[in-house]
Design a protein. Structure first.
Lengths: 233, 233
C-alpha cells in the first residue's frame, strides 16, 4: 500500500509536470490537425491544400498553446509573488487577524481554538514558516518552480507538433485525399488508442477505457469537422 | 485591504471557474482559427476554402477542447473519490501512520511534535474531518463540484466557437482572401487586445500588458502559420 502511495505522490513531482505537459500538447496535437484534415477531405479532392492547412494549423496551434502556457505560468508566478508579499506584510501589520485566520482554517475541520492554539502560537514564532503555511493552506497556492514556464511551453509546443505530424503524414504520402483520409484515420485512431492507454497510466484511469475515450474525442471531432466542411462545400 | 483580500479569494469561487473556462476557450478560439485562416491566405486566393477550413477547425477545436475538458474533469472527480476512499481506509487500518503524516506536514513548517500534538489528537477524534484534512493538506486535492464537468465542457466549447467566428467573419464578407485577411487581422487584433485586457482583470495582470501579450500570441501564431503555408505552396 505504501508503494502505491509513494507512486501516487510522485504525481506532484517535477517529472510528472513534464508528463502532464506532453499529455496536454499531444492530446490536442493528435486531435485537431487530424480532424481538420479529415474535415477538408469532405470538401477538396487533392492532398496539397490539406497538407498546407494542416501544417499551418500545427504552427498556429503549437505556438498558441506553448506561448499561452508560458504566459499563464509567468502570470501564476507573479500572482504567487504578490500574494506572498501581501501575506508577509499582513503578519507584521495585522498579526492578530492572521492568527485568527489560521484558527479559522482549523475550525473548518472541527477543531476548537484551544486545540489549535499551540500550532497558532508556534507559527507566530516563525514568520517565514507562517507565510508558507498561509500561502499553501489559506490561499492554496504552490510555490512556482523557477524556469518552469519556458520548459513547459517548449514541451507543450513540441508535443503538439509530434502529435499533429502523425495524422498529416498520410496526406504527404497519398496525393488522393480520400485514400489519404482512410490511412490517416487508421494511423491516428491507433495512435490515439495507444496514447490514451499510456495517458491512463499517469492519470490513474484504466488503460483500455482511457484509450477508447481518447480515440472517441478524436473521432467525434473529425466527424464533426468532416460534416461541416461537406455541408458548406 | 480586506476588500482586496475578499476580492482575491472569490477567485476560487464557482463563478470564477466559469470565467476561467471562458478564458481557456476564447484564448484558443480567437487565436488558432485566426492564424489558420491567415496562414491559408498565404497559399490560396479565394475565401471559400479558407471559410471551409476555418469552420472545420472551429468544429474540431471546440469538440476537442470541450470533450477533453469534460473527460479530464470526470477523471479528476474519480481520482478524488478513489484517493478519498484510500485515506478513509488508512485512518482505520493504519491510524498511527496517518497521525505521523499529519505531524510530518506540520514539521515542514518547523513545528515540533509537541506543538502539533493537540491538533493531531483532535483530528483523530473526528474521522471525517481528518480525511478532509488529509485530502486537502497532504494530497492537495480539492473536492470536485458535482455537474461541473458538463458545464465546464459546454462553456469552453461555446467560447471557442464565439472566439473563432470573429476572425472568420471577414472571409465570409470578402471573397478576395487578401482583402479579407487585412480586415480579419484588424478585427481580431482588436478583439485580442480587448479580450486580453478583460482577462487581466481576472488573472490580476495589468490590463494593458495582458492585452498586448494576448494580441502578441495571436499575431505570432498567425505569422508563423502564414510563413509556413507560403513556404510550401
Amino acid at each position: 500500500m505504501k508503494d502505491h502511495l509513494h507512486h501516487h505522490r510522485e504525481h506532484h513531482s517535477k517529472s510528472s509536470e513534464t508528463v502532464r505537459d506532453i499529455i496536454i500538447g499531444m492530446s490536442d496535437g493528435l486531435t485537431v490537425p487530424f480532424a481538420l484534415a479529415a474535415g477538408l477531405t469532405g470538401a477538396v479532392d487533392t492532398s496539397t491544400i490539406i497538407v498546407t492547412a494542416g501544417l499551418a494549423e500545427i504552427a498556429a496551434g503549437s505556438i498558441a498553446m506553448g506561448l499561452g502556457g508560458y504566459l499563464a505560468a509567468k502570470s501564476d508566478a507573479e500572482h504567487y509573488a504578490s500574494e506572498r508579499k501581501r501575506e508577509e506584510d499582513e503578519i507584521v501589520t495585522v498579526p492578530d487577524v492572521e492568527a485568527q485566520e489560521v484558527q479559522d482554517i482549523f475550525k473548518t475541520y472541527g477543531l476548537t481554538e484551544t486545540e489549535s492554539a499551540s500550532v497558532v502560537a508556534a507559527l507566530r514564532q516563525r514568520p517565514q514558516d507562517w507565510v508558507d503555511f498561509m500561502m499553501r493552506f489559506e490561499l492554496g497556492l504552490e510555490k512556482p518552480v523557477p524556469g518552469r514556464a519556458l520548459k513547459s511551453a517548449l514541451t507543450i509546443a513540441l508535443s503538439y507538433v509530434v502529435g499533429g505530424v502523425i495524422p498529416l503524414s498520410a496526406y504527404l504520402v497519398f496525393a488522393d485525399a480520400h485514400r489519404a483520409l482512410d490511412v490517416s484515420c487508421a494511423v491516428t485512431l491507433l495512435a490515439l488508442l495507444g496514447f490514451g492507454a499510456i495517458k491512463g497510466r499517469f492519470t490513474g484511469a484504466p488503460a483500455i477505457r482511457s484509450g477508447l475515450q481518447t480515440a472517441l474525442i478524436g473521432g467525434l471531432a473529425a466527424a464533426a469537422a468532416f460534416a461541416i466542411a461537406r455541408m458548406i462545400s
